[in-house]
Design a protein. Structure first.
Length: 155
């Protein structure tokens, strides 16, 4: 298919290599944004816009920055978790901490310990195996019997 004579074809972009200083700056900015708790999508958008990079290039920088951050942690993972736990405990115990900081520290401890899972409720035992349509089609006697069973279990 021929290109339209009225629309000029866009020139393919030439790959521009970043200088060593630019790469260092990009990595520093990404590490800072990670430290500030920014989402990966926010980091990709900001860096891509500022340095005219493709999102895929920013993903490579993001991976490199995370790897550098992991490499700088000198202690083993278990020791790092323990240090984090005691740091968050110090925030909770500090009289200068505000409620928001204490709550955030507690959430982080829950995440460290793996107790931040979603609470799941068990369905009522008498309802198990019954579809909403089955319950809807129950007779008055069956509904009364189910109500009495529930009342006994709750009491």
């Amino acid at each position: 298919m021929k290109p339209s004579p009225t629309k000029p074809r866009p020139k393919p972009k030439r790959r521009q290599r970043q200088t060593k200083e630019q790469r260092t700056l990009i990595l520093r900015l990404i590490k800072k944004m990670i430290g500030l708790g920014k989402y990966s999508s926010e980091i990709k958008t900001a860096i891509a816009d500022q340095f005219h990079l493709s999102p895929r290039s920013v993903e490579r920088y993001l991976s490199s920055a995370r790897q550098e951050m992991r490499d700088r942690v000198e202690s083993p993972l278990d020791q790092h978790r323990a240090d984090s736990y005691y740091f968050y405990r110090s925030i909770i115990d500090s009289p200068e901490s505000n409620t928001r900081d204490r709550l955030r520290a507690r959430e982080r401890i829950d995440k460290l310990l793996g107790t931040d899972s979603v609470t799941r409720f068990k369905p009522d035992p008498w309802v198990e195996g019954l579809s909403p349509e089955d319950i809807k089609n129950m007779t008055d006697e069956e509904l009364d019997a189910a109500y009495k069973r529930i009342s006994k279990e709750v009491s």
